[in-house]
Ligand binder design. Structure first.
Ligand code: FES
Ligand code: FES
Length: 166
């Protein structure tokens, strides 16, 4: 079957990108294969594990459930962009300090999802409860840590950002 290609123009981590892509190519495959942004991982490929989580126009999405062609005109941000901008430096440090990662496969998606929660919590003026942290990260699977250390790390950063002592 002939491949249907489409031209897309978008912004990725603040840089303009214009590419011709297979109309069936997912966003995460586009980021990894065409742009070399391999921080977003591919696990289940059907929207369950959260390893592919990225931000599109400010909202977190599953990169395996969105087509690259759907991102024409969008602002896409990946773990590389958030990391390079220093936006999640405190989260990354807390994950390292509290052993919230082992193999690291889930970590990029987990960090993007955690940052989303913390941004929303900040806007609503509060520190999320451990239950709220667990709920928000429930779509991000980790096969190594048992989740406690991840919740500890996110809670510590939430408190620190709110000006509370750890
Ligand atoms: S690879 Fe996208 S949710 Fe698992
Ligand atoms: S650290 Fe291995 S899957 Fe989470």
């Amino acid at each position: 079957m002939a491949e249907l290609a489409v031209d897309i123009a978008l912004t990725v981590n603040g840089e303009p990108v214009a590419e011709r892509v297979d109309a069936r190519k997912t966003l995460v495959d586009f980021l990894r294969e065409d742009l070399g942004l391999t921080g977003s991982h591919v696990g289940c490929e059907h929207g369950v594990c959260g390893a592919c989580t990225v931000r599109v126009d400010g909202a977190i999405v599953r990169g395996c459930l969105m087509l690259a062609a759907q991102c024409d005109g969008a602002q896409v941000e990946t773990i590389e962009g958030l990391s390079d901008a220093g936006e999640i430096a405190d989260l990354q440090a807390a994950f390292a300090q509290r052993n919230a990662l082992q193999c690291g496969y889930c970590t990029p998606g987990m960090l993007v999802a955690a940052q989303d929660l913390l941004l929303h919590a900040k806007n609503s003026g509060g520190v999320p409860s451990r239950e709220q942290i667990r709920e928000h990260l429930s779509g991000n699977y980790c096969r190594c840590t048992g989740y406690h250390a991840i919740v500890d790390a996110v809670e510590a950063v939430a408190r620190a950002r709110a000006g509370e002592k750890k």
